[in-house]
Design a protein. Sequence first.
Length: 453
Amino acid sequence: MSGLSRRGAAPTVRHVHLGLGNFFRAHQAWYTSRAPDATQWGIAAFTGRTPGLVDALTAQDGLYTLVTRSGDGDGFEVVDSIARVFPASDHAAWLGYLKDPRVRVVTMTVTEAGYLRGADGGLDVDRPEVRADVDALRTAPSSPVRTAPAKLVAGLAARCRADAGPLTLVPCDNLPGNGAVTARIVREFAQFVDPGLPGRLEESVSYVTTVVDRITPRPIAADVAAVGAATGADDHAPVVTEPFTEWVLSGDFAAGRPQWEDAGAAFVHDIGPFEERKLWLLNGAHSLLAYTASLRGHVTVSDAMTDETCRAWLEQWWNEASRHLNLPDTDIAAYRAALIDRFANPRMRHRLDQIATDGSQKLPVRLLPVLRLERAAGRVPLGTTRALAAWVCHLRGSGGSVNDVRSADIGPLTAGPLTDAVRTVLGALDPALAADSAVVNAVTVQACEIAPR
Ligand SMILES: NC(=O)c1ccc[n+]([C@@H]2O[C@H](COP(=O)([O-])OP(=O)(O)OC[C@H]3O[C@@H](n4cnc5c(N)ncnc54)[C@H](O)[C@@H]3O)[C@@H](O)[C@H]2O)c1
Ligand SMILES: O=P(O)(O)OC[C@@H](O)[C@@H](O)[C@H](O)[C@H](O)CO
């Protein structure tokens, strides 16, 4: 078996990515590799925090095998769009690319938690890591920083100082209005560093909003072995994904972009209906299953889909969410039918505990908009409240271990009598929920049913 290596030169870097992980490699890097102008849009990819994939990918010249796993077999292709790979700690390289006039696009996958938003959706300036990075940039603009907002601001400021021309930020995390979210955290962070900086950045930075979709679980050792057996390549960093993929983008690119539309991406004016369809029907269902199905002993999404009770809960949630989607009924029905096949694919090992991470960041986006709309219509939506009930049970120690960026402040709220815990935990997501007795009661009753303790 031989390792992967590039035959010719790597493509010139004109695109930078922050948050090199599995999803970026199954999605944005794959779209770029499929674009007709791929050779003009090489990617420099930086991990978000830990060194992660850097050594393995560097040894393979940035190449890796994408395994497309359907219910009845695997497809294999080598993706070659990543030209250079860097650890998060290489801040000099980050600044170097951001101030390079050839670089025109920055994509990001830093998780929902990586935007460091507070309760009002803006930058949470009380976090010690935010304060540390603000102080660092006030002291010296090239100081190393750790958080994603600080990296963006430091890079954009360096670009501004170098007069390197316009640039577009393309967030690819599962957040509604992710372009506006990114614009806001950049503006607020920059304001803290230097009140004149936001104005200077606005002249040359544009923000695009995206809906991204391709289920990409964390690969396991057997996946590495399967690639070797099928292709003969000694690939230490393959990615496994599903055949389905979607990328919807909205907004202006200030300085060009790859021809992603020729690789299947859709550019639309009104992205709202696409966001709601995806975040509610897919991600909301994922979160529902992550907490309910794990309490019933299931480990993966496809395991959960074999359980009639989980399936009924899923349909109930989908019925509640679908009432509020601004799309034709036939489109919604087709999307739901496709999701059943995607979730049930028994060859995809998408662990529920991976999806359960950071519920405090995900549930406000995936469930609460539907809950509010249902309450406004005078209903208590039991499919939605069941997901919240299972999350509260999860936080109280039923099911798998809790891995949440807010566990320090939400964890203590989960102790004590169940009704009190439900009220305070819901209140930590949205104070209005704690004051809604009908919701608190429904969540409490369902929590007792799901995990009596
Ligand atoms: N995996 C999927 O199916 C999928 C699909 C659609 C969207 N996404 C989005 O992509 C994100 C990453 O998913 P993945 O599967 O690539 O995960 P991954 O664990 O493979 O990679 C995550 C990357 O984000 C970085 N990161 C994590 N926390 C961070 C933080 N607080 N600040 C900065 N960087 C941080 C990590 O260092 C790593 O580079 C998801 O959180 C989601 O928003 C994932
Ligand atoms: O990746 P996360 O942690 O934001 O959420 C877990 C899943 O719900 C999510 O990754 C989906 O698999 C994905 O959004 C499908 O496109």
